[in-house]
Design a protein around this ligand. Sequence first.
Ligand code: UDP
Ligand code: LCN
Length: 778
Amino acid sequence: MATSPALMRSDSIAENMPEAMRERRYLMKKCFGRFVEQGRRLMKLYHIMNELEKCIDDQAERHQVLQGILGYILSTTQEAAVVPPYVALAVRPNPGVWEFVKVNANDLTVDGINATEYLKLKESIYEEKWAKDENALEVDFGALDYSTPHLTMSSSVGHGMNFISKILSSNLWDEKEAAKPLVEHLLSMQHQDDKLMINETLNTPTKLQGALVVADVFLASLKEWGFEKGWGDTAARVRKTMRSLSEVLQAPDPVNVNSFFGRLPKIFNIVIFSVHGYFGQANVLGLPDTGGQVVYILDQVRALEEELLSRIKNQGLNIKPQILVVTRLIPEAQGTKCNQELEAIEGTRHSNILRDATTKVLELLEGKPDLIIGNYTDGNLVASLMANKLGVTLATIAHALEKTKYEDSDVTWKEKDPKYHFSCQFTADIIAMNSADFIITSTYQEIAGSKERPGQYESHAAYTLPGLYRVVSGINVFDPKFNIASPGADQSVYFPFTETQRRFTHFHPPIQELLYSDVDNDEHLGFLQDKKKPILFSMARLDIVKNITGLTEWYGKNEKLQSLVNLVVVAGFFDPSKSRDREEMAEIEKMHMLIEKYNLKGQFRWIAAQTDKYRNGELYRCIADTQGAFVQPALYEAFGLTVIEAMNCGLPTFATNQGGPAEIIVDGVSGFHIDPHNGEESSNKIAAFFEKCREDSEYWNKISATSLQRIYECYTWKIYANKMLNMGSIYNFWRVLNKEQKQAKQRYIHMFYNLQMRTLVKTVPIPRDEVPKPTRRT
Ligand code: UDP
Ligand code: LCN
């Protein structure tokens, strides 16, 4: 990892680089000469490092250069646009922080340039004429962010709500009249025709403060003093909410601002859009475009409804909350209920799936929703259109954005558009991000990546689709709209194996059969000779990125691991001819090949994809009974629900260090990280764990317990729902405070949508004209 040798945070690269270049003039001339030698091209960090190695043969000297300022600059360069004699570097010293410089390879002069100039140089590698066109369309969302305060530290990215609480508290503290918008906000609160919180009697901060003092003493006659419903269901709770508001008015601090907004009766009805794939409650997992996202939304609905019911009760209100998940109606539903217009969500009282008719939302809710949540590109786009139309607070979620999945997908969009429709996808994404009042992510890396790798949102800061438009400022990861709210796992299904009373024992016979029977059938293949060994377990879709074949190969190559454990994987199915997905077919064939190659029969069981989550929950626990472990070996994983499902069951977990799991697990404490690109190291690490468990009988229990502790502290739906509703309330006020700027941006988005998006969608064939190949989201 590159550490800055002499550069201070405030130092600019453009200021430091010339002097550093002078000190190594001879070498740098040689290096930059090599960079431009091959003409126009886009170089990535690994190209730069390769060239550097070739230029400086002497290892000691190379080491010295890499340790210095130049080494720091070059190793934090994400890419370089080479347009001889210039080499323009896009340097990323910290997550979310970018600087662009242009070096002349002939005389080594260095100029600081802005994003526009950098993008133009980059475009000229692909479409020079367009790059030089003064009238090429430039999109600049940042120009409309003139009044939004931004976070400054990379480490605080993703904690927007805390930042906003800070701003609100310091604003309220600043001047006497500063509380006026808050009073107006409280005055505007109502549910259908019922007024909530306060009425016109208390229409100034002074009157409200005075009344709060009196009301504290005379709770019985609240209405007389100008207070309405919504303060609490008991005298104690009413008093607490009032004191909380008094504190906000008299001595605001971020904590009491946050807690007061959390108590406000602001959200009753929520609309969630999830348009892609098959959205249903049974028989859908594994169908095109349908994976953890469906699990996420259904669990999210249950958690939000529970939290809403508890809050509404505590607020002393008798209001029925409603959550509607709006999705596509699919006439040929392949044995699912995706052709049913309205379907109640199991485990909820007031939540439904609505298919097809968005106009029905208003009818079903008998009014506007209080919060709209979008999911993924298509869901987010529709959600943003509806939220804008109705003037409702908008949250967006997109656990895996397409842009970062394919290298240079922006500059090479034309060649990939017929298959992937990137132009539409990126346009929809940037519209939704900018429309959103707040953006929810599961992890930090989703927003701002890591020290080495830019985040998914970060990659939308500045990019270009040559020939179409250039985005000079798309989204700023320091915007306080970003919030990390990680999902949980359904704890009525995924609970510790030690809770014997709750266990779904009726599944034990079929699970025994699934794991240990000696015959092959449609559901399982291979057998376990030594039934006493712990089981190393994995479960995922059979996609390349999930790397189940990688895990099988690591196991096949590692005799030590084979001697310690059996391997059981749940993934896809066995007959490649039944798959509609070319990638999956190849993975199925590879699995069969690996079983033969490493002669895995007798210690390896391949189970076909499972659809019953209750049985899956018990399956994780049965694996824990064997003192086994779960492995998530993905080449990249946005979040990784299986990781937290396994941990919830008390199963020690090894998970990829590429993506979300690297944040979920604290390596060596609450589980282990593995490097999917280094199978030998990873399988040795797993083997070492099982060896240690043999030596120390308490070690397995210790890791099991710390995994659970980690889950309870950070990854539960209760934490998520609480955060989500607090955000809904606080960002609702924030958008009122920033009304003018919001409106200006909305007008800009409206124009962009009408002039660009609507034209672009016409280029996308409707699905029935296409080959039935799903667009992978994950
Ligand atoms: N899953 C399942 N059966 C399978 C494979 C996976 O029920 O054969 C479930 C798994 O329990 C989890 C979800 O599908 O709830 C996968 O979510 P994850 O976030 O791990 O990956 P995604 O598929 O969304 O990429
Ligand atoms: C999408 C993914 O790729 C997974 O990593 C997540 O766990 C899933 O959605 C649910 O958020």
